[in-house]
Design a protein around this ligand. Structure first.
Ligand SMILES: Nc1ncnc2c1ncn2[C@@H]1O[C@H](COP(=O)(O)OP(=O)(O)O)[C@@H](O)[C@H]1O
Ligand SMILES: [Mg+2]
Length: 238
């Protein structure tokens, strides 16, 4: 088991955002978390990254209890999130942004850079361009590329398709699949449920801070309740 959350509770003040979440991610998987706005998806990823305090329950990563480990130490263990809203450094070049991703290490490895540029040729073409001048899709690529520079064992992605045109969404999803096939385990949060479930080995459905369903991506795609609530009743999707 790579990551295991057991009965995790997280609060904002007195309001419970996660009400006893238990999920697991195995080595090599793509696991998707789907759910409506406000379900707790972002809170869950931030909690795994160490940006939210666990009030009750536990998190283990690679067999180690990380429930209260600071976020930067989780990165060193191989846990890395491409930040919400892309979070790239607009005044730095593409290359400098990628270098920032390698901060857990003393030096930048050429093979890491080569991997990012082969996944995202667009970033290679724009390596000297300021991050802030990239298009939305390119900034998303840069955010994922930067996360890969830390050599994650588990890559956490929060709505990577948000705000992108359909063609770019398809491209981002196919690159996530490729990253996974190269050996990186992925935990993916998405509102774009059809594509997230199609891509996932397994998935969880979140509702108001609880896991209400789980199963293989395919079984959830075929689940009538999931279809009605999240797939817009689109019977042609699967
Ligand atoms: N910084 C915050 N302060 C207070 N409440 C928050 C904060 N961030 C999120 N919440 C609340 O926690 C719940 C889960 O939010 P979030 O994790 O962002 O959901 P999702 O990513 O699924 O849309 C929501 O009810 C939201 O209003
Ligand atoms: Mg969110």
């Amino acid at each position: 088991m790579l990551l295991e959350l057991t009965d995790v509770h997280v609060y904002y003040g007195k309001i419970a955002a996660l009400k006893g979440i238990s999920i697991e991610v195995h080595e090599g998987e793509i696991v998707s978390l789907i759910g409506a706005n406000g379900a707790g998806k972002t809170t869950l990823l931030k909690t795994i990254s160490g940006l939210r305090t666990v009030a009750r329950g536990s998190i283990t990563f690679r067999g180690e209890d990380i429930t209260h480990l600071p976020g930067h130490q989780r990165v060193k263990l191989g846990l890395c999130q491409a930040p919400e809203g892309r979070g790239i450094f607009p005044g730095m070049t593409v290359l400098e942004n990628l270098y920032m991703g390698a901060y857990p290490y003393k030096e930048i490895r050429q093979e890491d850079l080569d991997r990012v540029f082969s996944l995202f040729p667009r970033l290679a073409e724009r390596r000297k361009q300021a991050g802030g001048t990239l298009s939305g899709g390119e900034q998303q690529m840069l955010a994922i590329g930067r996360a890969l520079m830390s050599r994650p064992r588990l890559l956490l992605l929060d709505e990577p398709s948000m705000g992108l045109a359909p063609k770019l969404i398809a491209l981002i999803f196919s690159i996530i699949k490729e990253i996974n096939e190269q050996g990186t385990t992925v935990l993916l949060v998405e509102q774009n449920a059809t594509q997230a479930l199609s891509l996932a080995h397994r998935a969880y459905v979140l509702e108001t801070g609880n896991v209400v369903k789980s199963g293989t991506g395919q079984s959830l795609l075929n689940d009538p309740d999931v279809r009605a609530a999240y797939l817009g009743g689109d019977l042609g999707a699967a």
